[in-house]
Design a protein around this ligand. Structure first.
Ligand code: 5GP
Length: 193
């Protein structure tokens, strides 16, 4: 998606440790017009699929998923929580994910009443690197007996391999910008063509 690639080139910064910072429009300040265009792009890609629910993970996935849901008939958005809380009552599906940015394991939890057998789920997240966060969401869907219809990602870091592994397993992964290489010293960012 050209608009997203241009924003990354203009406003993104490359940090040591293979971290791309896009706080100006995606991870801190949110450009909802851009989010709307992203939602439209995913709706075009996944047209013809039955989507009954969008599943994402807190925190940065939530805004993107909520705006995208408007392009999928206003289906419910469920976000997996990353910590137990007294607000989480009832039965839950739980798994564990290793965080690329925080470099530690954390739980990923969703209440059973919000993810059901018979749901056709679109997974949405801001970044795809090694694929651990998505594995957690796929685990939750498998536990619930829900079908993963597709995966919509804003920025995939292609060189970390998580996206291609998921594609190899048959998942339909639609990443709107795929970074093929980036350099923390020069700031250069190259996209997959
Ligand atoms: P994965 O689980 O695929 O290794 O990493 C994806 C998760 O880590 C995303 O949910 C995102 O929050 C975070 N992440 C991974 N790489 C980056 C990055 O370069 N920049 C930012 N802002 N977040 C990242």
């Amino acid at each position: 998606m050209q608009e997203l690639e241009e924003r990354i080139q203009r406003e993104g910064t490359v940090k040591p440790g293979n971290v791309l910072k896009v706080d100006a429009f995606l991870n801190h300040q949110c450009d909802v017009t851009l989010f709307d265009h992203m939602g439209a792009a995913w709706a075009e890609h996944f047209a013809g699929r039955t989507i009954t629910k969008i599943l994402t993970i807190e925190a940065s996935g939530i805004g993107i998923a909520c705006v995208a849901a408007r392009h999928f008939g206003g289906v419910p958005v469920v976000f997996a929580k990353k910590a137990q809380s007294i607000n989480l009552d009832g039965d839950q599906y739980t798994t564990t994910v290793y965080s690329f940015t925080k470099q530690k394991e954390f739980p990923v939890i969703v209440a059973k009443k919000y993810l059901n057998a018979g749901d056709h789920v679109l997974l949405i997240d801001d970044f795809l690197a090694n694929g651990k966060a998505l594995r957690g969401l796929i685990d939750l869907c498998e536990s619930a007996g829900a079908v993963v219809e597709g995966i919509g990602i804003a920025v995939e870091k292609g060189f970390q391999g998580g996206g291609d592994k998921l594609r190899g397993e048959g998942y339909d992964v639609d990443s709107l910008a795929i970074v093929e290489s980036m350099d923390a010293e020069t700031g250069d960012i190259e996209f997959r063509r």
